[in-house]
Ligand binder design. Structure first.
Ligand SMILES: [Zn+2]
Length: 165
């Protein structure tokens, strides 16, 4: 458990992959009061993708920094969020301008199997889909035992951010 706590409290870091006019930024760690996104803001331009699978938690001070980042991306032509972790999805639902102008392309959905007690986190592509289409695509069978798994979050609440896009 100590290891898990250490990972959750790791400060935010990121890595930028560049490819002719586009860049992908992979984030790892937590977004909190220690985060400083000014350097990142200066680097971002063109077509930008944020890979958010490694974001473990976001607190209210971190949200403020993040929203400031979204506001400062004047040289960014298009912005997409992919592989949103559950921590990111929670903020998409809570904070109106958390995503700025970003298009949300894919998110992780946590599942639980009552039959065999296993858990998994499954990536769902949601680009261009309506809330209804996403909800219909959610049912999933357990890899271990084949039983139908249950979403660990209330789907209508987890995907509520789709209604304001
Ligand atoms: Zn199972």
């Amino acid at each position: 458990m100590d290891d898990e706590a250490d990972i959750q409290l790791a400060p935010l870091s990121w890595h930028i992959d560049r490819d002719e006019g586009s860049m992908t930024v992979s984030f790892h760690g937590g977004v909190d009061e220690n985060v400083n996104l000014d350097d990142l803001a200066e680097e971002l331009a063109g077509e930008v993708t944020f890979d958010l699978r490694g974001v473990t938690f976001i607190n209210s001070c971190g949200v403020r920094e993040w929203v400031n980042l979204m506001r400062s991306l004047t040289r960014v032509r298009t912005l997409a969020f992919t592989h949103c972790s559950t921590a990111v999805v929670a903020q998409l639902n809570l904070v109106f301008n958390f995503r700025g102008n970003a298009e949300v392309r894919s998110v992780y959905v946590p599942y639980y199997c009552h039959a065999c007690d296993s858990e998994c986190s499954c990536l769902h592509e949601i680009e261009g889909k309506s809330l209804d289409q996403v909800l219909q695509s959610l049912p999933r069978l357990c890899d271990s035992c084949g039983a139908e798994m249950e979403c660990d979050e209330l789907p209508e609440r987890y995907f509520a951010f789709l209604m304001v896009s």
